[in-house]
Design a protein around this ligand. Structure first.
Ligand code: KIV
Length: 264
C-alpha cells in the first residue's frame, strides 16, 4: 500500500484530483478512516471542543495533541498525518521548534499553525529544521476572541486581500499545505488557483483542492452543534463505515460541499 506523502498530495492538486481529509483523535477511528483510503488525518485542536467539551480550542496543550497523535499514528498505515500546534505553542520561533519536535516525535508528518504573515519567520525556521508545515488561515479558531465569535472571514475586500496576502506570504515561507476555513467560496477559489501548494477547505466552498471536516461533525455527534458547512453522513447512511465512504466519494466527485454548505 502506497503511503500518502506531501509529494503525492501535490500531485493530486496538479492532476485536479480532490484531496480527502478528516480529523482523528484515536487509533480505532484512524484505522477505519485509513481502511477507507482517506488521504490525510489531522489531530486537530478541535479535540478541545469535541473530546474535552470546551467552548473553544484555547485550553488544548501540546501534551494533549502529542497523546492523540501517538494513538492516531498507531492506527494508520497509509494516510498522511498532521498535528495541530495548540494556542500559544508557537508564539515565538523557539517555542515553535521545541513544541513541533514533540509532535513530530509523537508521529506527525507535518504540523499545522494558525495565522498569516506574522508566522513567516517561524515557518522558515521550522522548514529549515526539517519540520513540514501546514498553514491555516481564514477563520482561525484560536483567534475566536479577536474575531468576536466563530465568524466567516474575508467578506469585505480589505479582509479578503489580507487573506490572499497571508496565503502568498506563507507559501513563500515554505508551507506545503494550506487549510482555508470559513471564507466565501469565490475567495477560496482565487487562493486555490493562485497557490502552487494544495489548499484544503472547510467551509470554503467546492473549488479548493480538497476538503476536511471534524469527524464528530461529519458523524453528527458533536455536542449540541452542527456547523452549516458540515454534513451528517451517519444520518444519511445509518452506518459508520458507509458514512466515511460516502464522504470520501462525495469529496472526490465534487458533490460535497454543495452550495448549502458554503458561504458567499
Ligand atoms: O482543529 C481542527 O480540527 C482544525 C480543522 C477544523 C481544520 O483545525
Amino acid at each position: 500500500m502506497k503511503k500518502v506523502t506531501v509529494s503525492s498530495l501535490l500531485k493530486k492538486k496538479q492532476a485536479a484530483e480532490k484531496i480527502t481529509a478528516l480529523t482523528a483523535y484515536d487509533a480505532s477511528f484512524a484505522r477505519l478512516f485509513d481502511d477507507e483510503h482517506i488521504d490525510a488525518l489531522l489531530i486537530g485542536d478541535s479535540l478541545g471542543m469535541v473530546l474535552q467539551g470546551d467552548d473553544d480550542t484555547l485550553q488544548v496543550t501540546v501534551d494533549d495533541i502529542a497523546y492523540h497523535t501517538r494513538a492516531v499514528r498507531r492506527g494508520v498505515d497509509r494516510a498522511f498525518v498532521l498535528a495541530d500546534m495548540p494556542f500559544m505553542s508557537y508564539a515565538t520561533p523557539e517555542s515553535a521548534y521545541t513544541n513541533a519536535a514533540k509532535l513530530m516525535a509523537a508521529g506527525a508528518s507535518m504540523v499545522k499553525l494558525e495565522g498569516g504573515s506574522w508566522l513567516q519567520e517561524t515557518v522558515r525556521g521550522l522548514v529549515d529544521r526539517s519540520v513540514p508545515v501546514c498553514g491555516h488561515i481564514g477563520l482561525t479558531p484560536q483567534a475566536v476572541h479577536v474575531f468576536g465569535g466563530f465568524k466567516v472571514q474575508g467578506r469585505n475586500s480589505e479582509q479578503a486581500q489580507k487573506i490572499i496576502d497571508d496565503a502568498v506570504a506563507l507559501e513563500k515561507s515554505g508551507i506545503q499545505l494550506l487549510v482555508l476555513e470559513c471564507v466565501p467560496s469565490a475567495l477560496a477559489k482565487a487562493i486555490t488557483e493562485k497557490l502552487s501548494i494544495p489548499v484544503i477547505g472547510i467551509g470554503a466552498g467546492k473549488d479548493t483542492d480538497g476538503q476536511i471536516l471534524v469527524m464528530h461533525d461529519m458523524l453528527g455527534v458533536s455536542a449540541n452543534y452542527m456547523p452549516k458547512f458540515s454534513k451528517n453522513y451517519l444520518a444519511e447512511t445509518g452506518d459508520l463505515r458507509k458514512a466515511v465512504r460516502l464522504y470520501i466519494e462525495q469529496v472526490k466527485s465534487g458533490a460535497f460541499p454543495a452550495a448549502e454548505h458554503s458561504f458567499e
